[in-house]
Design a protein around this ligand. Sequence first.
Ligand code: FES
Length: 78
Amino acid sequence: MTLRDGTTFSTSKDTLLEDLEAHNISIEYHCREGFCGACRCKIVSGEVDYTTDPLAFIDDDEILPCCTVAVSDLTLDI
Ligand code: FES
């Protein structure tokens, strides 16, 4: 995963939110289950799979890191 500031790290089988936390990168979150939308962020490139159907509204260029896993190299606007 690559972030806006150039930080890069490998993703795991955990959610992207857990991967970010494991690398001491804090983003907003609340429900951790795809309901609230607090963790919403823009995806610049790459693909994710959802671990659960998200109920929060997101635009086409946004993802919910709390309920997604990486399925390719990712660049996030975080
Ligand atoms: S933390 Fe609520 S949707 Fe991700």
